[in-house]
Ligand binder design. Structure first.
Ligand SMILES: NC(=O)c1ccc[n+]([C@@H]2O[C@H](COP(=O)([O-])OP(=O)(O)OC[C@H]3O[C@@H](n4cnc5c(N)ncnc54)[C@H](OP(=O)(O)O)[C@@H]3O)[C@@H](O)[C@H]2O)c1
Length: 243
């Protein structure tokens, strides 16, 4: 059975590890190529776009793929829409593996906004010290709110940045004690995050709670259509059921 895993998340990496040497399954991991030096995978990996939904449908046919798992990031809406269309067109079963969204708990002070532009506006007029964790591709949006100082964390060096910004290069997972230390050292007033869900990047939320800091949380785009799976175990069961 030939399986395509659309990746770019820690959950996709976990699934890729679980599929290595699984009897009767030949799986391929697909990455967009956004990270200059992605982690090494034991699974055969292809890198780069397919050329839209049509390109992906052609790939599914040419590679005789039997099942697709869309394990892309919840904010990667285009590839998920393409995957749904391509799987329908090529008549290949598709499931979406996605971690549940984070929810505020007691002691959290969240302001939920619809997109990163709204997050920039929600920081307000008065200058603040902002911990920005929305990914390097959207950091430039915060030029709209250039009165603030930013600590921008990303895996690769970001391009477009707000004028007053320090960059810290790091890759998840992040630990609670380190997040507390970083936010204290940089005298952070507010955290900006996308609602990615999952554990690898969750520690910053606990740290903000412990330090009594507000969080501007960017809500997810609408979930892609199709079978929804929350964890790798469920993905493995779904793959087995397609045989
Ligand atoms: N958006 C985020 O916040 C975020 C955060 C962490 C990780 N990621 C990961 O980074 C990648 C890019 O995110 P994005 O928001 O730029 O995606 P996007 O806007 O949904 O996709 C843009 C284009 O990138 C290509 N692409 C995306 N994921 C791919 C994959 N796994 N394999 C092959 N091609 C892929 C596709 O090109 P073609 O149309 O040419 O096929 C797609 O049309 C995704 O794989 C995602 O899982 C995204």
């Amino acid at each position: 059975m030939r399986v395509l895993v659309l990746g770019g998340t820690s959950q996709a990496s976990e699934l890729a590890r679980a599929l290595v040497d699984r009897p009767g399954i030949e799986a391929t991991l697909s990455l967009a190529g956004r990270t200059a030096a992605p982690a090494a995978y034991a699974l055969p990996t292809r890198i780069g776009g397919f050329g839209g939904a049509e390109g992906l449908a052609s790939y599914l046919r040419a590679q005789r793929i039997d099942a697709v798992i869309d394990a892309t990031h919840p904010f990667a809406a285009r590839i998920s829409a393409n995957a749904a269309e391509a799987a329908r067109g090529a008549n290949v079963p598709l499931a979406v593996l996605s971690r549940p969204a984070w929810r505020p708990g007691p002691g959290d002070d969240w302001r939920e906004v619809a997109n990163v532009e709204a997050a920039a506006a929600a920081l307000g007029a008065a200058p603040r010290r902002v911990f920005l964790t929305v990914g390097r591709l959207q950091a430039g949006v915060f030029r709209l709110a250039g009165q603030h100082w930013y600590l921008m964390r990303s895996i690769d060096p970001p391009g477009d940045l707000p004028p007053s910004c320090e960059v810290v290069r790091a890759r998840p997972p992040f630990l609670f004690d380190d997040e507390i230390a970083l936010m204290r050292e940089k005298r952070i007033d507010v955290l900006v995050s996308k609602n990615a869900g999952g554990e690898a990047a969750q520690a910053k939320l606990g740290a903000a709670r412990a330090l009594g800091l507000p969080v501007v949380m960017v809500a997810r785009p609408p979930a892609p259509k199709g079978v929804g799976l929350e964890d790798v175990e469920a993905a493995l069961r779904w793959i087995e059921a397609q045989r």
